[in-house]
Design a binder for this molecule. Structure first.
Ligand code: KIV
Length: 273
């Protein structure tokens, strides 16, 4: 897609995503957690920016997404919102801020929308959280669902392997996707499930599906920015395509800087007053 085509839509809304599904135009989504990166992604023409709770891993260095707090998510989301003009910005409801009851979930969603200015929220789960989804939606807040591998439930799953390979779990996932659609979600993330199941869900529901390790027959794709840019080094699931090796480039630049400082090659005549 050239620059002109990428900017056909002046502002991406949930309605535009629906239109893209109807037209068969794939949706490109990436995560971002700060002003500088979000601005670069937006200017490059990304459709959706997810302020994911993966910030807990790639920004804060935790091994799971569980520790990140609501205040921290709002901090990341506000930084992203200051940079973004065109993309739709979706923010994860962090672990422990919505599972109590639907009122708690609503309050969390309202805090995110009010304090960050984001466009929508994302919430992990199906039938278990449908009452919360209903309540958030009835406050006029757009909701993106998230099924399949749900990193906030890692201690229940016990492992990050592919989900829904067995019939029972696949059937529940399909039912949950229908439930989320019926409730009024505008889109659903499908994480790490068989490609065939990703395609089946995408065929069966009218709202766009965004896959991460869910094959090619979904309506869009999402990756964690630090993974696709090669900033993270050890995380290498099969679904991840690295578009760059930034860790090497950054370290190369830092080594060159250290060398210049040590050898008094920096600053030179033109770099001082
Ligand atoms: O937090 C996140 O980055 C996510 C994506 C992996 C979909 O939920």
């Amino acid at each position: 897609m050239n620059k002109k085509e990428a900017n056909v839509y002046k502002k991406i809304t949930t309605h535009v995503l629906q239109e893209m599904k109807l037209k068969g135009e794939k949706i490109a989504m990436l995560t971002a957690y700060d002003f500088s990166m979000a601005g670069l992604l937006d200017q490059a023409g990304i459709d959706v920016i997810l302020v994911g709770d993966s910030a807990s891993n790639v920004m804060a260095g935790h091994t799971t997404t569980l520790p990140i707090t609501l205040d921290q998510m709002i901090y990341h989301a506000s930084s992203v919102m200051r940079a973004v003009k065109r993309a739709l910005v979706v923010v994860d409801l962090p672990f422990g801020t919505y599972q109590g009851n639907s009122k708690e979930a609503l309050n969390t969603a309202i805090a995110i929308m009010k304090l960050s200015g984001a466009n929508a929220v994302k919430i992990e789960g199906g039938s278990e959280i449908i009452e919360s989804v209903d309540r958030i939606l009835s406050a006029g807040i757009p909701v993106m669902g998230h099924l399949g591998l749900m990193p906030q439930s890692i201690h229940k799953f016990g492992t990050y392997v592919v989900r829904a390979t067995e019939d029972d779990e696949a059937q529940k996932l399909i039912e949950d996707a229908h439930l989320l659609e019926k409730a009024g979600c505008f889109s659903i993330v499908l994480e790490k499930i068989p490609a065939k199941l990703g395609g089946q869900v995408t065929q069966e529901i009218r709202i766009p599906t965004i896959g991460i390790g869910a094959g090619s027959d979904v309506d869009g794709q999402v990756l964690v920015l630090h993974d696709m840019l090669g900033i993270t080094q050890k995380f290498s699931p099969r679904f991840l395509r690295r578009y760059h090796n930034l860790s090497e480039e950054i370290q190369g630049s830092v080594r060159a800087y250290i060398q210049d400082v040590k050898t008094q090659n920096f600053p030179n005549e033109r770099e001082q007053y």
